[in-house]
Design a binder for this molecule. Structure first.
Ligand SMILES: Cc1ncc(COP(=O)(O)O)c(C=O)c1O
Length: 420
């Protein structure tokens, strides 16, 4: 008898058999409040009826209209409809299946368009697990240990993580931008640098929002040196942070390339890069592709996702429920000495666990996460040291469900502290 590889590491012991809205159920019909949403994917909730209906309809019409062989109507319609939500000027799209592939596609495009090799990423970044994306990932050595050498040409500049640096937000931005200038002066010459890749909220790296001043500083340097600015909105996009894209918290700022995946298709594997048509035209035709890229059923799911987000006002709901969640998490942290910081932007909230001396405490974080899952609340960890517990509920979450999660989280935090 064959079995699943132990290479797969899971955050909870749950075996899910069905999902509905904010909940997952196991074979005994035990209900779990899902504040992981499949790592920020099922933004419209599990099995939203509109998404299910669109997928069922499309599966009966055309499942696989392979896009390097034929075009299909869902891909064309989705490309038009994404224009409603994309930042101004980013009017050309290319599709893949996973986030890592989107990052690789953005990298290829940046190298083709600039004729330069190097890329700069920021400390704590997560851009994926394929070999190019892994080389651009600095959120922990587990993503690259013992698989090297990874792709050369990647330089790492500081991220303005004010809490970890022990600085004010303003000081952290200044520190990070000075660090970037130093990288450009010492490691990656501007004329050899194709792109800077940044997550508007550091995801796997610990849920740290990038202050507007930092992103503006990147834009200035990108413009000055002819370097392309890539916003990796794979986790932060599609309404997750209370704006359609997280970088929209920095007024008027637009990237050269944007990557999206996860929430794009409510759980179907679909990713995309968006860029101005003139930039996209610099890629070599046929250099990008993939057997499953732009799959017809996934595109139908994405079209239904766009409808649901608009009609149910899910971006506004993410902002409103995000505030409720952040307030509640801060109240709980005030009574929990192990939680040293709470950071949140919309429905992307992290509680950072530290020891009394300020060092990261992944064991305390894991105890609290396990206690929460025993109580029926599913959560994930993140952070370079695994000491941040993140909450990323679907954007359909209600005030009552936020309160239910907060009450379970308060119990999990106090019971796991008592058991320590
Ligand atoms: C910001 C970011 N970029 C890239 C990826 C990689 O996406 P995938 O796991 O679909 O390859 C992720 C996944 O968590 C992500 O959060």
């Amino acid at each position: 008898m064959s079995q699943l590889s132990p290479m797969l590491k899971q955050a909870t012991p749950v075996v899910a058999t069905r999902g509905e809205g904010m909940y997952l159920f196991d074979a005994d019909d035990r209900r779990y409040l899902d504040f992981t949403s499949g790592v920020g994917v099922t933004n419209t909730g599990h099995c939203h009826p509109r998404v299910v209906e669109a997928v069922q309809r499309q599966a009966g019409r055309l499942i696989h209209g392979q896009y390097t062989t034929v075009l299909h109507d869902q891909l064309l319609t989705l490309s038009e409809r994404l224009g409603e939500v994309l930042p101004p000027g980013l009017d050309s799209l290319f599709y893949m299946s996973s986030g890592s592939e989107a990052v690789e596609a953005a990298l290829r495009l940046a190298r083709h368009a600039t004729g330069r090799q190097n890329v700069i990423v920021f400390d704590g970044s997560f851009h994926g697990r394929t070999m190019g994306a892994a080389a651009m990932t600095t959120a922990g050595h587990r993503f690259r240990a013992a698989i090297g050498p990874v792709m050369p040409g990647v330089a790492v500049a500081p991220f303005p993580d004010a809490f970890r640096l022990g600085l004010s937000e303003e000081e952290a931005v200044e520190h990070a931008l000075r660090g970037l200038d130093r990288v450009l002066a010492t490691v990656s010459a501007p004329e050899e640098t194709a792109a800077m890749f940044v997550e508007p909220v550091l995801g796997e790296g610990g849920y740290v929002p990038a202050p507007a001043g930092f992103l503006t500083g990147l834009r200035e340097r990108a413009d000055r040196h002819g370097i392309l600015l890539v916003f990796d909105e794979i986790q932060t996009g599609f309404g997750r942070t209370g704006k359609f894209w997280a970088h929209q918290y920095s007024d008027g700022l637009v990237p050269d390339i944007l990557t999206t995946a996860k929430g794009l298709a409510s759980g179907f594997p679909l990713s995309a890069i968006a860029a101005p048509a003139a930039l996209m035209a610099k890629a070599r035709p046929g250099s990008q592709g993939g057997t499953y890229g732009g799959n017809a059923v996934a595109c139908a799911a994405a079209l239904a996702t766009l409808d649901v987000i608009r009609e149910e006002r899910l971006v506004a709901n993410a902002a409103e429920q995000g505030r409720r969640l952040a307030d509640g998490l801060r109240r709980i942290a005030a009574d929990a000495p192990a939680i040293a910081d709470v950071r949140a932007l919309g429905l992307m909230a992290g509680s950072e666990f530290c020891r009394p001396d300020g060092s990261p405490d992944p064991e305390a974080a894991q105890r609290a996460q396990r206690a929460a899952s025993d109580l029926g609340l599913l959560l994930l960890s993140c952070g370079v040291h695994g000491n941040v517990i993140r909450m990323i509920p679907a954007l359909v979450v209600s005030a009552e469900q936020i309160d239910e999660a907060l009450s379970l989280w308060a119990k999990a935090v106090s019971s796991s502290a008592a058991a320590a």
